[in-house]
Ligand binder design. Structure first.
Ligand SMILES: [Ca+2]
Length: 554
């Protein structure tokens, strides 16, 4: 239903990275503002989301928006995160962090999202704070309910299967649901406006007509809430994710980045002007409204001008960027050292290559490059054929390595870090760890129709720095866990009831698939590849991290 391309442009990306770095530097100087907890919480928060509305609401015929928010606090100068595409926008709203920092992009949104381990959405936090409360998301962009919200957080999702019903159906389902449920948090999302943006243009006649139609839907839901007495002590929000530029969006023009934000309800500033809003602030607003303490890892804060005497101040730096600051160099004197593995783990090591001595199984141009310590594999034109075959009797497998990528391969595709199969089909039996765009991808195939893919979007500052990637395949719990720089960042279930199906027959290859002819090469160096025949525990991974500590500088 929605455009699936990320719309990333080099310039927007670079600017974003720079802006993020600047923001981090500024925030460190400014210090952190402690988040307040609302002494007088609202009973519920209702969020209306219109995809792609930008700031056009102020020019449109939107009588319902006007009657709901006319007396509330509004701004048409809120800012969408870059790139100005849907998933980073809605991801920022849901998680209170910049969408990309949270690993949300449109590629990711289409994938099943189980709770990611670094951040919790406002839905999950609401359910944790009020376990018996009802919460729901109604959205006719399938990826939102499927990919962006944790599907295991216990809220009602419509649709919960891969359909994208028209807006009238969304409205009807919300109204039906309200018959039996008093929501603590309700999100009602309409996506058609973004489609008209792409087909007819941002601000076109058809676009403005669609906006009016979606405004009607908002009015119907609002009237139902009123009828049921659910507007009392409720905070109503209007949010959009981005605007547009002609028939597109993704860039950094005013049309794309300036967006509408509005709030209404008791104790909201009468005809207030909200100052300095970014979408990630919406999470802070929702949590404040519901009397829930904002987690330390959220970046947004309550803006000034919504609640009297509350809000403003600096946003926090990304916890991810702080915890996840990549290693930019090594002490040159440390070359040729040996990795220290605690004795308890040494027996689990089935393969270790530091690329510092003679490298067995080197293929392609057989080139080494500067590594994290000593030398490393030059993955641009060389690969490694190990003599390791995974054994079905292993209780699991863990693969760790350092890599320094200079930017996504210009040849496109998804270059291979480590695999035991041909990577022309994800369904092929075995596993694969790749770099897909700026995301680490872990794939498992059953050999038949089934494939499972886990994604983690790397933060924008990873390029040119050493990043540690560790993947744990756990046969016992049937899960795959991905650690970046020793932080658990993503987890997924393995293929159900097919535990051993992913165990391969071929040797493990590094920098190439097992054909040795995969068209896309990694634009990176690799160092210290280590393979364990067990699923490492968090404590063991922490020991590995500590073992590296003397050798790395930040
Ligand atoms: Ca090395």
């Amino acid at each position: 239903m929605k455009e699936k391309t990320t719309g990333r442009t080099g310039s927007a990306w670079g600017l974003f990275a720079m802006a993020l770095l600047l923001a981090v530097l500024m925030t460190i100087t400014a210090g952190r503002a402690g988040a307040e907890v609302n002494p007088q919480p609202y009973d519920r928060v209702i969020i209306f989301g219109l995809d792609g509305a930008g700031a056009k609401i102020q020019e449109g015929k939107t009588p319902n928006f006007d009657r709901i928010f006319g007396d509330g606090a509004i701004t048409y100068e809120a800012r969408a995160p870059l790139p100005t595409v849907s998933a980073p926008g809605w991801g920022a709203m849901l998680y209170g962090v910049s969408g990309i920092v949270n690993g949300m992009d449109n590629d990711f949104a289409g994938k099943f999202h189980k709770s990611n381990k670094l951040y919790d959405s406002i839905f999950k936090l609401t359910k944790e704070a009020y376990p018996d409360a009802k919460a729901a998301s109604f959205a006719n962009w399938w990826d939102l309910n499927w990919g962006l919200i944790e599907r295991d957080c216990g809220i009602y999702l419509y649709p919960d299967k891969q359909i994208e019903p028209p807006k009238e159906d969304i409205t009807k389902k919300v109204i039906d649901w309200l018959e039996k449920n008093d929501p603590k948090l309700l999100f009602v999302y309409y996506g058609e406006l973004d489609e008209v943006l792409h087909s007819k243009g941002f601000g076109s006649k058809e676009y403005m007509e669609e906006m009016t139609q979606e405004d009607e839907q908002i009015g119907l839901v609002y009237d139902e809430l009123q009828k049921r007495g659910l507007l009392e002590n409720s905070l109503i929000l209007f949010v959009t994710d981005h605007g547009g530029d002609k028939k597109s969006h993704g860039g950094d023009t005013d049309g794309e980045t300036k967006i509408t934000f509005a709030a209404a309800g008791p104790r909201v500033e009468k005809q207030g002007t909200v100052e300095d809003v970014e979408i990630q602030d919406v999470a802070a607003i929702v949590l404040y409204a519901l009397g829930i303490e904002q987690p330390e890892n959220q970046m947004g804060r309550v803006p000034k001008g919504i609640f009297p005497g509350v809000g403003g101040g600096e946003r926090k730096a990304s916890l991810l960027t702080e915890r996840y600051s990549h290693f930019s160099g090594i002490r040159s004197a440390e070359t040729g050292r040996e990795l220290t593995i605690p004795v308890s783990m040494a027996s689990k090591v089935v393969y270790y290559e530091d690329f510092d001595g003679e490298v067995k199984g080197l293929n392609g141009k057989k080139e080494l490059a500067a590594g994290l310590t000593g030398k490393g594999l030059n993955m641009r034109n060389s690969f490694l054929k190990t003599d390791i075959k995974q054994n079905a009797k292993w209780p699991g497998m863990s693969i760790g390595f350092w890599f320094r990528d200079e930017g996504y391969s210009s040849s496109g595709g998804d270059a291979v870090f480590v695999t035991d199969k041909k990577w022309t089909k994800g369904q092929f039996k075995g596993f694969m760890i790749a770099l897909f765009d700026d995301a680490i991808q872990v794939n498992i195939g059953s050999g038949q129709a089934y494939r499972k893919d886990l994604f983690w979007n790397l933060p924008p500052d990873y390029r040119g720095k050493w990043v540690h990637c560790l993947t744990v395949f756990d046969q016992k719990t049937q899960t795959v866990r991905l650690y970046c720089d020793f932080v658990l960042v993503a987890e997924a279930d393995m293929i159900p009831n097919k535990a051993s199906n992913w165990v391969p027959a071929k040797e493990i290859f590094v920098g190439q698939d097992t054909s040795g002819k995969y068209s896309c090469w990694m634009n990176a160096e690799m160092d210290d590849l280590i393979i364990f025949n067990e699923a490492l525990t968090p404590e063991e991974i922490e020991q590995i991290r500590a073992g590296y500590e003397p050798y790395i500088t930040q």
